[in-house]
Ligand binder design. Structure first.
Ligand code: PDD
Length: 295
């Protein structure tokens, strides 16, 4: 695997960074994950815009222009195997003596890019869907920043793995202190995905705000719903609605659209991917192909 680190392409084994890097010490940095189909980065402008949002939120100047990012990304894709890949872009505040405030004067940021093979969702996943568990969303109040400090997401995602499930669906309670009051809780997102609910033929999506990551795939799904007259609403979704859903969907750049057919050990709807999943997934695949053709 060829990676990019601070101006140079090199084998991943040769890449080294300082232990004083603020990404290593404080998790002081942001990142992006971008799917690549047929060797072309999907929705690149949107990913670069979200990267700019994350950088602005942590007051870190963007080390590259959009054109430079495009060139770096094209070179990285060309140097790695696979028609379908996913790119990881990572920028930290750089190397400095360990001290919480930003280094003054600022130091050079660390810029790291790598590419991995993007697996195609399996036939079994498309036909049977996947399973999820719910947990209290105990993260901070700036989940709109795609920050590399992901310990809460890591711990939350592990809850799913320990239960032999694929994702943890996060419910934010209005009350901060335990006991967690499910009556007052609402859906935010997954530990590493966005979540949609289907009830009576309507696709429901939680509104983008500081409590969730504004997913690029989330936007694609809502564009599909608008283009194909699929009834949809963007509104707060109560936790109780989740357990009474006809269908649940998850979305992310690496997982595309998936049907969640089991939640907390119980069947969701019919227990199989439903008509909304099938429609959205079919259009998503078409959409992906059309965008690629248009490039
Ligand atoms: N994560 N919400 C969270 C918390 C995420 O980590 C992700 C994606 C999403 C979906 O966003 P998008 O559609 O832009 O991928 C939502 C990536 C894939 C990751 O961290 O690996």
């Amino acid at each position: 695997m060829t990676i990019y680190l601070n101006g140079q392409f090199m084998p991943v084994e040769d890449a080294k960074i300082s232990v004083l890097d603020r990404g290593f010490i404080f998790g002081d940095g942001v990142y992006e994950v971008i799917p690549v189909y047929s060797r072309r980065a999907f929705r690149l402008n949107e990913h670069l815009q979200r990267l700019q949002h994350s950088l602005d939120c942590i007051q870190l100047p963007n080390p590259h222009s959009a054109e430079e990012w495009r060139e770096l990304i094209a070179e990285l894709i060309a140097k790695n195997d696979g028609e379908d890949q996913y790119l990881y872009l990572h920028i930290t505040r750089g190397i400095a003596k360990r001290d919480h405030p930003f280094p003054n004067p600022p130091v050079a940021p660390t810029v790291f890019l790598m590419s991995s093979l993007l697996p195609t969702p399996s036939v079994s996943l498309i036909e049977n869907g996947t399973s999820a568990v719910t947990a209290q969303d105990n993260r901070w109040l700036r989940c709109d920043i795609k920050a590399i400090s992901l310990l809460p997401n890591v711990l939350l995602r592990q809850i799913a793995v320990n239960a032999d499930c694929a994702e943890t669906i996060l419910l934010r309670s209005v009350t901060v202190h335990p006991p967690f009051n499910i009556e007052q809780a609402f859906l935010t997102e997954g530990a590493a995905s966005n979540i949609f609910l289907v009830k009576n033929g309507i696709l429901l999506a939680p509104p983008k705000n500081h409590l969730m990551l504004p997913g690029i795939t989330y936007d694609v799904i809502l564009e599909i719903a608008a283009s194909y007259d699929i009834p949809h609403q963007i509104r707060e979704i109560a936790a109780s609605e989740l357990f009474d859903a006809d269908e649940l969907l998850l979305s992310s750049s690496t997982r595309e659209v998936q049907a969640i057919t089991r939640l907390d050990g119980k069947t969701v709807g019919s227990g199989l991917p439903g008509p909304m999943f099938k429609k959205i997934n079919q259009h998503y695949q078409e959409f992906k192909r059309n965008v690629m053709r248009a490039l």
